[in-house]
Design a protein. Structure first.
Length: 178
C-alpha cells in the first residue's frame, strides 16, 4: 500500500510539475544542450541548460489550496494586484504577472463557462497601460452562484494564451483553466 501511495504522489508531482505546453520549448533546448556537450562546447551547453531551467520554471504548475467557502472568490492568477476599481456595478481587477510568477490561471469561482472570446492584438509590456486594451486577450465569463468575467492578456514574454477549457465546461473554483 505504501508503494502505491508513494507512486501516486510521484505521479501527481510529475503530472503537475510543468504544463504540457512547455515541452515544445523545453525539448529542443535540452537536445541542443546535450548536442553541445557531445561536441564538448561546455559553455554553449551550459547556456542551453540554463535556458531549459528557465523554461521549466516559467511553465511550472504547482498545486494550490483553494477555499471551499461559497462566498469566496479566489485569484485567477499569481502576481501583483496593480488595479482594483469599480465601474458602475462591475469591479475591475488587474494582476501583473512577472516572468517569475506562475502563469497557470485558475477558475475564480465554480460554475459553467458560458463565454470565451479571443481577441488578437499587440504584445506590449504588461505594465504599459495600453497593454490591457491593445494586447492579445481571452475573456472568459463563468456563471455559477454569481457571474464573473475576467481576461487573460498576453505580454511581451508570454505572447500566447492557451485556454484548456471551453464554453459549456463545468468547472470548480481553483481548477486550472489555461
Amino acid at each position: 500500500v505504501l508503494a502505491r501511495v508513494q507512486g501516486f504522489a510521484l505521479e501527481r508531482v510529475f503530472l503537475y510539475a510543468m504544463v504540457k505546453d512547455a515541452y515544445p520549448f523545453l525539448v529542443p533546448l535540452l537536445f541542443l544542450g546535450a548536442l553541445f556537450i557531445w561536441y564538448e562546447f561546455i559553455f554553449a551547453a551550459g547556456l542551453f541548460f540554463i535556458f531549459s531551467v528557465f523554461v521549466a520554471f516559467f511553465f511550472r504548475n504547482p498545486e494550490r489550496l483553494v477555499s471551499e467557502e461559497p462566498d469566496v472568490i479566489v485569484s485567477p492568477a499569481d502576481g501583483k494586484v496593480i488595479r482594483l476599481d469599480r465601474q458602475g456595478d462591475q469591479w475591475i481587477l488587474s494582476i501583473f504577472l512577472s516572468i517569475f510568477n506562475v502563469h497557470v490561471n485558475r477558475a475564480p469561482i465554480s460554475g459553467t463557462i458560458v463565454r470565451k472570446d479571443y481577441r488578437p492584438g499587440k504584445f506590449r509590456v504588461a505594465f504599459d497601460e495600453r497593454a490591457s486594451i491593445e494586447n492579445e486577450r481571452v475573456t472568459i465569463t463563468i456563471e455559477g452562484e454569481r457571474s464573473l468575467t475576467f481576461s487573460l492578456i498576453a505580454g511581451l514574454v508570454a505572447r500566447r494564451i492557451r485556454v484548456w477549457k471551453n464554453e459549456g465546461d463545468q468547472i470548480k473554483k481553483g481548477d486550472r483553466i489555461g
